[in-house]
Design a protein around this ligand. Structure first.
Ligand code: 4AD
Ligand code: MG
Length: 473
């Protein structure tokens, strides 16, 4: 058995005999002592190990380099340095794995460089912090819903449905790609495929969650989601993680309140569970700000406090368009996509203008035109808009998308016809038998992690990102 460095730094008593295992981050050596800093992934901090060089064989000493893995046992002593309370005076060291030519040196590397060593970047301070935070948020999400009586639903990853109706599907097939069976008109005959029909990876678990909510009351999904949209931006992944609660009898206001409550609760939890990680990332962000002065002005802790303390602003899409039409950036042509009038889809630059420059806090935009939103959203009485809501965050833009669902079968059928959606008879059954008002939303986990860590690219908050043209590891 060995000890976790996190526990030793928190609770270790001076004089205790302990043993650790981890990776060398730095080595300093002189005639009398060798100092090693060791990290084992349990926390942000390293443990300093002090040894006497003359007690170590020369060959072993030479192999103690950044990246090598070691096991050390010895005695905890009070640290003379100010950085930590204790250090380990080692009396026995075993080299577990040497690391000749290890590519990550103990100096700041650019995130772009680290993306070329994706499988090793877990061993850096920055990515250690990001992934411990990602874990803490995931755990807190389950806790939040469990506490409120939600049932965690495992919705399928392989599906025959395009839940968003946007056609951004990754096909799943066992047909021979070189010689697929064909219909007389030349199209592929998916009746000969594994499931006797065309299937794809899920773009959302929502439709399945709706069916489940209309029996279990309140459910949530939390899983990988796949979209073949060719968006090579710092906010899009082809494989991302989405949390989708769905609640029977909730209307749009209820779902907005649930979403705001979730984001606030996650922010509050994180301040308690990951102070060292946030502190480290905050310093990183401040350092960058001084260099380039283009990062958001608030520090990380201020941002979380801000989410926690401010009620989110709430506006309709129609009001948002009016604000954007009047914006200086629109009038002087700074927007890449000019805001020409009611009916346009909001681009990320518009969303960020509203959040960062106009309202200066998270906002909820409601009641979008039905033509730019998914078929399942409930039509409003004006006949033009739907009971949709998007939550927009500083630095990120859209972090949540949700709606009240169309529970009236005639309206739903019409919307499906407009969107050319067939083969969803099972979904219509949920409206045929005991239909009810219900609502839900999807939170992009990766985008929330992006916001709280202050990282700038979504590729740096997921272990192995999948983006157009890239599938490393
Ligand atoms: O707005 P979206 O497309 O909504 C849905 O999928 C609904 N079915 C959710 C629901 O009502 N149950 O996606 C929801 C969120 C977005 O706000 C965004 O945060 C994230 O998922 N998202 C992405 N994150 C990373 N990469 C992508 N390509 C994303 N697409 C959506
Ligand atoms: Mg959306």
């Amino acid at each position: 058995m060995h000890n976790k460095i996190k526990e030793l730094l928190q609770f270790g008593t001076v004089g205790a005999k302990v043993a650790i295992k981890g990776w060398i981050r730095t080595k300093r050596i002189n005639k009398q002592v060798v100092f090693l800093t060791i990290n084992d992934g349990s926390c942000q901090q390293h443990l300093q190990v002090v040894m006497t060089p003359s007690e170590l064989p020369k060959e072993l000493l030479n192999q103690l380099v950044t990246g090598a893995s070691v096991a050390v046992s010895g005695c905890l002593v009070a640290s003379k340095g100010t950085k930590q309370s204790v250090e380990l005076h080692g009396d026995h060291l075993t080299l577990l794995g040497s690391a000749p030519d290890y590519p990550l040196q103990p100096k700041p590397h650019s995130l772009e460089f680290l993306r070329t060593w994706m499988h090793l970047r877990f061993r850096t301070n920055t990515f250690g912090a990001v992934f411990r935070i990602r874990h803490a948020i995931s755990y807190a999400i389950h806790h939040f819903f469990h506490e409120r009586g939600f049932c965690y639903l495992h919705t399928p990853i392989i599906t025959a449905a395009d839940a968003e109706g946007a056609g951004e599907l990754f096909r799943v097939t066992s047909l021979d790609a070189a010689h697929p069976p064909k219909n007389p008109d030349g199209s592929i005959d998916f009746r000969a495929d594994f499931f006797n029909t065309a299937t794809n990876l899920t773009v959302s678990g929502q439709l399945a969650a709706e069916a489940a909510a209309m029996g279990l009351g309140a459910v949530y999904t939390f899983g990988p989601t796949f979209r073949a949209e060719n968006s090579n931006t710092s906010r899009h992944l082809a494989e991302f993680w989405m949390v989708e609660p769905e609640v029977a009898f909730n209307n749009l206001d209820d779902t907005i309140a649930l979403a705001e409550g979730l984001l606030k609760s996650l922010s509050a939890d994180l301040l308690k569970t990951c102070p060292e990680e946030l502190d480290f990332l905050n310093q990183r962000l401040q350092g960058h700000k001084n260099e380039a002065d283009k990062t958001p002005s608030m520090d990380l802790l201020e941002r979380l406090q801000f989410v926690l303390e401010q009620p989110f602003a709430r506006i309709t899409y129609t009001e948002a368009i009016a604000i954007l039409m009047e914006a200086a950036s629109n009038k002087n042509g700074t927007f890449a996509y000019p805001v020409t009038g009611w009916g346009i889809d909001l681009q990320s630059e518009h969303e960020r203008y509203l959040v960062e420059q106009h309202f200066k806090r998270p906002i909820v935009v409601t009641d979008y035109p039905k033509d730019i939103k998914a078929f399942y959203m409930r039509q409003n009485d004006d006949g033009k808009t739907v009971a949709a809501m998007d939550i927009l965050f500083p630095g990120v833009g859209e972090i949540i998308g949700g709606s009240q669902r169309e529970e009236r079968i005639d309206y739903l059928k019409q919307a499906m016809q407009r969107a050319h959606i067939e083969d969803l008879n099972w979904y219509l059954d949920t409206r045929r038998f005991g239909t009810i008002p219900h609502s839900g939303f999807g939170l992009g986990l990766d985008r929330f992690v992006l916001f709280v860590t202050g990282m700038e690219n979504i590729r740096d908050v997921i272990p192995f990102p999948r983006t157009p043209g890239h599938v490393a590891c």
